[in-house]
Write a protein that binds this ligand. Sequence first.
Ligand SMILES: NC(=O)c1ccc[n+]([C@@H]2O[C@H](COP(=O)([O-])OP(=O)(O)OC[C@H]3O[C@@H](n4cnc5c(N)ncnc54)[C@H](O)[C@@H]3O)[C@@H](O)[C@H]2O)c1
Ligand SMILES: [Zn+2]
Length: 368
Amino acid sequence: MERVRVAVPGRAYDVSVGAGLLPRAAELLPELPGAERAFVVSDPLVADHYLEPLAAGLADRGLTCVHLGVPEGEEAKSLHTMTALLRQLATQGAHRQDPVVALGGGAVGDLAGFVAGTYMRGVPFVQVPTTLLAQVDAAIGGKTAVNLPEGKNLVGVFHQPVAVIADVATLASLPEREYRSGMAEGAKVALTLDLELLERLEREPGAALERDPAALEDLVTRCVRAKAAVVGEDERDAGGRLVLNYGHTLGHALERLDAFRGRSHGEAVAIGMVFAAQLAERLGRAEPGLAARHARLLSSLGLEPEGGLPEAEPILAAMRLDKKYRRGIRFVLLEDVGRPVVVGDVPEGLVRETLASMGAPATSGGPR
Ligand SMILES: NC(=O)c1ccc[n+]([C@@H]2O[C@H](COP(=O)([O-])OP(=O)(O)OC[C@H]3O[C@@H](n4cnc5c(N)ncnc54)[C@H](O)[C@@H]3O)[C@@H](O)[C@H]2O)c1
Ligand SMILES: [Zn+2]
């Protein structure tokens, strides 16, 4: 097992990463004075697999587990579900020492974190992420949110967990598509910040793809370390976190488009990273070959980083909606692997050209 400290000032916590950690939950939690019950938020599918071992682990600390059920996936991230959870806590008489525990993917983590951050102005929160994306990304950093009909993640608070327990054994049951989607974030960390991980993934992508527990412990630990370093410096998302946004400027824009519906976050980010590498080459910031190296890595990890792009104009329009858009588009680019830079005012013409070279049709209504 590995432990990574997230050094948020005044609220530091440990992320434990390893196989078979759920039944050991008791030893992985910090002191929780006065806690009697743990309110575990989880969808039926995940609860079916993992509630029992976690409850056994919590019982070793004298914590009685109370399951609060929520719908699967993104549907759970609503004010409606949030209200239902808050009311269940109130009717059950949860007190402010009792932890709320998120057992599930990033959606459950975001929702349960928001509930924990607001019930009685904040109760202890524990993250037990069970998707690759949640283990490498969503469970770390203290951002919580639910969606509004008007947009994703529009309401939320910063509320750091007191502990994160990332049991990589839970990833065995994850559907392939979800697994690969999380792998894109792993590749992102490798390309931007961790050359050792990059070398390992390039040399032996099979170990990660086959979900070898040792390879997963290594992958998740390295990603957590990368995020922990950035979050420790920059809890409120000012600058450093931008690097972790590599591939996401285009990725988020794609996800806003109907024409991209049905494809995963990881696919969008994979395309976004290849695009960023091509852009860096076109700007003369990177040597030729960087984009090809991206494409090779991502393909070997089961992602399809090329082809099937929607039209360029709607993509550009969606990029202009980005929170990070300030006259001209700002991108995280790589001068080489492991050397991220933030480049502002990238001309839209160049973005358009690069999209076209990746196969995005230029004119509306034309055949692909
Ligand atoms: N807070 C942050 O910093 C942050 C960062 C990135 C993403 N997010 C959020 O995370 C969410 C996406 O998270 P996600 O990719 O984990 O998807 P998800 O939470 O929607 O889960 C996807 C599906 O996987 C299933 N599942 C979860 N664990 C499983 C397991 N071990 N075995 C089998 N099935 C399992 C769930 O039932 C669900 O149907 C988005 O809402 C996104 O906004 C938040
Ligand atoms: Zn992402």
